[in-house]
Design a protein around this ligand. Structure first.
Ligand SMILES: [Zn+2]
Length: 382
């Protein structure tokens, strides 16, 4: 069970996110200012979330950092059928290129800010055999915030502020309709005050769990929506994609209005979660960057920061995330991909991925295509 922290999901969403954004900006500007990388000429990048171009919405998320690429409106919506047979980008194994030995460690990671932890042996399935499984539609409709908060991704604690996150959070105003993300059957609906749907009872408050009709590697797939206000459906009911199943609330341990989204594979319990953003169909014009950052021996490197610099200039980082924290069974990679980080809803285009492992700075160009998963693998022993 994750350690409960005093603040867990309780601080004001807006205040918390603004604080995080400010800290990120300050820490990164100081860090970059001391780096030797010659192409970095201005030390105050505007770091923004690993999130897509926001549409005009009234949400609790800070929208001060929109993507500059207006991709969301110019690209036709993808087919509603899941992309099942895409071949991943060939694995790029990054090798160390420079050791700038920056004297300031950026304190923006989801894990250790000084020193590097080494985790468990990480599964390394052959990703050339892996297929995308974007079976899950957005759970809120047009005109709402449809993307997950990048400040508190799957496998993180939001820089130590919250509980280990086994899903993602999508903030929207109270009462925003929540939609079934795929065809399936309701297997849980209502309060979790009697049944521990998460780590404890009264965790998700009002929740709905849908077992999808489709199975993954012959195992059932569940989508959980938590902290709901109203719940419209009952156990046993069949749902189709887009059917309203309830409303955004702030029940359970949430104090800010949002929906907590989980995907569980194999069993409907909190030890079978996967990164839900690996299941959410990318927004139009956006794709996914996934990969793993391991030691040369294949050990997990938790809490390592991943920065993404838009091309072709690669002047300043614009998106970021961290590798998953090391929590066996609680945080799990995809069975076919074996990722330990994922950045969802990135505008399609050319990027430079930058990973800092200890004092080693590793960089690799990657092209992110709309509707697909781009993959990189980094091996570096700190
Ligand atoms: Zn959550």
């Amino acid at each position: 069970m994750p350690q409960r922290r005093s603040s867990e999901e309780r601080p004001s969403v807006v205040g918390c996110f603004w604080t995080v954004l400010t800290v990120l900006g300050l820490a990164l500007s100081g860090w970059l200012g001391q780096r030797l990388y010659q192409r970095v000429t201005q030390p105050t990048p505007t770091l923004v979330a690993a999130a897509p171009t926001p549409t005009a919405t009234a949400t609790a998320m800070p929208t001060a950092a929109p993507s500059p690429t207006p991709t969301a409106t110019a690209t036709p919506s993808p087919s509603p059928t899941p992309t099942a047979t895409l071949t991943p980008t060939p694995t790029a194994v990054i090798t160390a290129t420079t050791t700038p030995a920056a004297s300031v460690t950026p304190k923006v990671g989801g894990g250790p800010s000084a020193g590097v932890q080494v985790g468990r042996p990480w599964p390394t399935p052959d990703v050339s055999q892996a297929k995308d499984h974007y079976w899950v539609a957005r759970v809120t409709g047009p005109g709402t915030q449809q993307w997950a908060s990048p400040f508190y991704p799957y496998g993180s604690t939001g820089q130590g502020k919250y509980l280990l996150h086994q899903g993602v959070d999508i903030p929207n105003p109270l009462g925003t309709p929540l939609l079934a993300p795929a065809e399936g059957k309701v297997v849980f609906a209502g309060t979790d005050d009697q049944v521990a749907l998460g780590p404890t009872t009264n965790f998700f408050g009002q929740a709905v769990v849908i077992e999808l009709d489709r199975r993954y590697l012959d195992r059932p797939v569940y989508v959980l929506m938590g902290h709901m206000g109203e719940v419209y459906v009952r156990v046993g009911e069949r749902v189709v994609r887009g059917l309203p199943v309830g409303e955004v609330g702030m029940t359970g341990i949430a104090l800010g209005p949002h929906v907590h989204l989980e995907v569980r594979v194999g069993a409907n319990d909190h030890r079978h979660t996967r990164n839900p953003e690996f299941w959410l169909q990318p927004l139009p014009g956006h794709g996914t960057l996934a990969g793993r950052v391991l030691t040369e021996e294949g050990l997990h490197l938790p809490g390592v920061e991943i920065l993404l610099y838009p091309g072709p200039e690669f002047k300043a980082p614009r998106y970021y995330t961290w590798t998953y924290l090391d929590a066996p069974e609680l945080i799990n990679p995809d069975d076919q991909w074996g990722e330990n980080f994922l950045m969802a809803d990135v505008p399609a285009g050319l990027y430079m991925v930058e990973v800092k492992v200890g004092k080693r700075l590793l960089r690799q160009e990657v092209t992110i295509e709309a509707g697909r998963t781009a993959w990189i693998e980094v091996r570096a022993t700190p």
